[in-house]
Design a protein around this ligand. Sequence first.
Ligand SMILES: [Zn+2]
Length: 213
Amino acid sequence: MDTDEAPESFVFVGERLWLDFVNSDDAARNRKGTRLDALDAFDTFVQWLSSARILDAERASAMLKRAQQQPTGASAALHEARRIRNVLRALAERGGAPAERATQVAIGEINRILGRSAGTRRVEPRSDGGFTRNFVTVGDVFAGLLIPIIESAADALVSGELVRVRRCADSRCSRVFFDGSRNGKRRWCEMATCGNRAKAARHRRKVKLNVNG
Ligand SMILES: [Zn+2]
């Protein structure tokens, strides 16, 4: 990627891992406002997983090395990630309505991925002094990549918090997020972008009204 075009970092505004994953088709915008899909390439997917703290630096570089050795496996994993993302978007956008079909499809996919996962869960120290919970797969190295994301989606179903999952109020923006605000009135993915745009538009309308009135 051209360095001028490259965004500084990925944006995580979903408040839940699975929602950030759904938003990974708009994971960053460069200065020109061009959107970056984190699932455009396997390498970018791994970078996104590192930023999301699903992979630590060591595992991320091991994963990239594996991808070079097994390009077919890596591209299959990327393909699956994109498919799962579509399924999870449908689940996120049901907006708490009883969209049985989207929910059933999602549950099917969640169970399929949980079912084939074999590995160990480990708590490990992070370089910044904190701790992280890792899932270390046995067998297919790529198979485990989606597990933490799928578990996050499963948590949303189990805890019944789908009613608080919303899509950004800006119609040009498709980001979704968990509304954890006390009054349940969060409207935008980010104040810095979509929220401010709405505020500016409101201000322009007000100025125009004052001029005309
Ligand atoms: Zn937005």
